[in-house]
Design a binder for this molecule. Structure first.
Ligand code: ADP
Ligand code: MG
Length: 291
């Protein structure tokens, strides 16, 4: 498969991931995903939720992301590719990781595994104390909605919704009664307080990525994963987005995993991880604290 086909495949997979996330969670809307104060009204089976460990009860502060011996192959027949090969990686709470590597090395796939959008064939993924293996698809989707923010290269906003509606979606799915005002606050905090009722086509690329960032941040996730978030933007706009991303990371103390082709950008993270042909080349060798 050539680089162009690979790019198209990754993009299609990313779009599929968003649709999967949207469908997974929107399927639950009629069943409601209310905050714990409304637990008595919840009709769905919460057995699986007991496996989602509230971070406040965790006592010790574990690594926010703990990946052990993960293997993942995708595709069928001759097109089957062993993408992630025995990956183990721990990311501390609040840490910012820059994930770099050649095109096709598995960066996006690893990000999808961390976000619970791809399940590995073997190995374990634990995010904020919750083991993904123990969760069924619905529980995993609920976990994602609360704990994982995702930003893609091509924004993936819903075109028929305004900026405000796009940001309100994950909040509504999480049962937030003030979804709309919270979404407006979040948009104001990324500098789009005067674009609430614009549709994605009425916004510039940089503005669309700000909306996507506001949408990812709105549920106050424990981890934020960003897959080449500046890839579709010009250099100056990309820098603004990245500055905003790091500002939000610093303000909120969430864990950040940033996939980028840009080595200088990756160096702004606490640690740079390099993937090569589905394996980690160096993990933590250049952790800033160690230097
Ligand atoms: P990166 O983000 O580092 O460019 P990806 O994680 O998108 O790499 O892809 C890693 C490899 O896995 C590539 O060789 C790609 O062609 C392959 N791949 C990705 N998705 C699929 C799929 N659904 N089926 C088969 N191969 C895939
Ligand atoms: Mg990629």
């Amino acid at each position: 498969m050539g680089p162009a086909a690979r790019g198209a495949g990754a993009c299609a997979k990313a779009i599929g991931a968003v649709i999967k996330a949207t469908i997974n969670t929107s399927m639950c809307t009629t069943k409601a995903i209310p905050p714990s104060t409304r637990a008595a009204e919840v009709p769905y089976d919460r057995t699986m939720d007991s496996l989602i460990e509230p971070s406040s009860l965790a006592g010790l502060k574990p690594d926010t992301i703990a990946i052990s011996n993960v293997n993942l192959s995708l595709g069928t027949g001759a097109a089957r590719v062993h993408i992630l090969k025995d990956i183990s990686l721990n990311v501390a709470s609040g840490e910012a990781i820059g994930l770099i590597g050649p095109s096709g090395s598995g960066k996006s796939t690893l990000l999808m595994v961390m976000a619970g959008l791809e399940r590995p064939d073997s190995g374990e993924v634990v995010v904020n104390g919750t083991a993904f293996n123990a969760l069924d698809e619905d529980a995993l989707a609920r976990f994602r909605g609360r704990q994982v923010g995702i930003v893609f290269q091509s924004f993936h906003l819903i075109p028929t919704m305004t900026a405000l509606e796009n940001v309100a979606v994950p909040l509504e799915l999480a049962g937030n009664p003030d979804a709309s005002s919270r979404a407006a606050q979040e948009l104001a905090s990324v500098g789009l307080g005067d674009r609430l009722h614009h549709y994605p086509t009425q916004l510039s690329g940089g503005e669309q990525q700000r909306v996507a960032l506001a949408r990812a941040l709105a549920p106050d996730p424990a981890i934020l994963v960003a897959d080449e978030p500046t890839g579709n933007l010009d250099e100056a706009t990309g820098k603004q987005i990245v500055d905003l991303l790091f500002t939000k990371h610093a303000e909120r103390g969430m864990t950040l995993v940033l996939v980028t082709h840009d080595t200088a950008l990756a160096q702004r993270c606490d640690r740079v991880i390099r993937l090569r042909s589905g394996r980690i080349d160096s993990a933590g060798a250049d952790r800033k604290a160690a230097s």
